[in-house]
Design a protein around this ligand. Structure first.
Ligand SMILES: Nc1ncnc2c1ncn2[C@@H]1O[C@H](COP(=O)(O)OP(=O)(O)O)[C@@H](O)[C@H]1O
Ligand SMILES: [Mg+2]
Length: 248
């Protein structure tokens, strides 16, 4: 296992007019690991995610990827840095089949396929890997939520990322579907992809993540292993004292 930090976030703050959505947050993501971010609704998770993914820059602070300052890089520059995220690539093209969707993504980024044969071969492998192979001829709009989420991951994988960001990829899944999504995320990680995920479903974070960061009112209130943060009295209070406590 590597000890190197693939992402390093230093004192980032994001202000929207009068509102400070994220305040002086610092953390790092270990290369090869699955790192999770949790916190009640409105805690600043998606804002943090958006800054790291280049959707908008922080008001203050710096973000490094493999030691390179990416604070002001734009989202479109990310696929060339071998970074993918499930919401970055356009939403599935509704009137294309599952296979066609994954083939289309194989033409993007640092490992863009050179021709149709290469794109299709890669897509077929990814469809097998993500469990969508049997459904490859279905139009994406005709699939249910769990398969749509799987397709989003398949599309991200088609760009051959080293780092994958997932923002609440399990929202709306039932327990069995959640378990299947957990297995898939674990297999993606085992294939060598570093993962940073935001998740509401505590069970997913506990079973997947090596390191968890907890945000509350825009501030980092805890970090550590799932066991460490779940035993932190302040984290428990924050979770039990909110509606989201139901997920804990
Ligand atoms: N683009 C924006 N403009 C203004 N306020 C925003 C914007 N995005 C998020 N916020 C606010 O920032 C806070 C944190 O939101 P968000 O990061 O989406 O939280 P989370 O993902 O943890 O639920 C919320 O109060 C939200 O209303
Ligand atoms: Mg959010």
């Amino acid at each position: 296992m590597s000890d190197s930090k693939i992402i390093e976030v230093q004192h980032i703050t994001k202000r929207f007019k009068g509102l400070t959505a994220v305040k002086d947050v610092s953390f790092s993501v270990r290369e090869g690991a699955i790192t999770g971010m949790i916190g009640p609704n409105g805690a600043g998770k998606s804002t943090t995610f958006n800054m790291i993914c280049g959707y908008y820059p922080p008001t203050e602070g710096k973000i490094f990827y493999k030691g390179q300052d990416i604070t002001d890089k734009k989202a479109y520059e990310y696929t060339n840095m071998k970074i993918a995220r499930t919401f970055q690539i356009m939403k599935p093209l509704k009137n294309l089949s599952v296979l066609e969707n994954v083939v289309a993504s194989a033409y993007f980024g640092h490992a863009a396929a050179k021709n149709e044969r290469e794109a299709k071969e890669r897509a077929m492998d990814i469809l097998q890997f993500t469990g969508l192979y049997e459904k490859r001829h279905i139009l994406s709009k005709d699939m249910g939520t769990p398969d749509q989420k799987r397709l989003e991951m398949a599309r991200a994988l088609a760009t051959k990322p080293e780092m994958l960001f997932l923002d609440e990829n399990m929202a709306g899944l039932n327990p069995a579907e959640t378990e299947a999504a957990i297995q898939l995320i674990r297999r993606i990680n085992e294939s060598g992809v570093t993962i940073f995920l935001i998740e509401h479903i505590m069970q997913a974070v506990v079973s997947l993540c090596e390191e968890v960061i907890v945000l509350h009112h825009g501030e980092k209130i805890a970090e550590g292993t799932p066991a460490q943060v779940m035993n932190d009295p302040y984290v428990m209070e924050v979770y039990l004292g909110t509606k989201e406590g139901a997920h804990a």
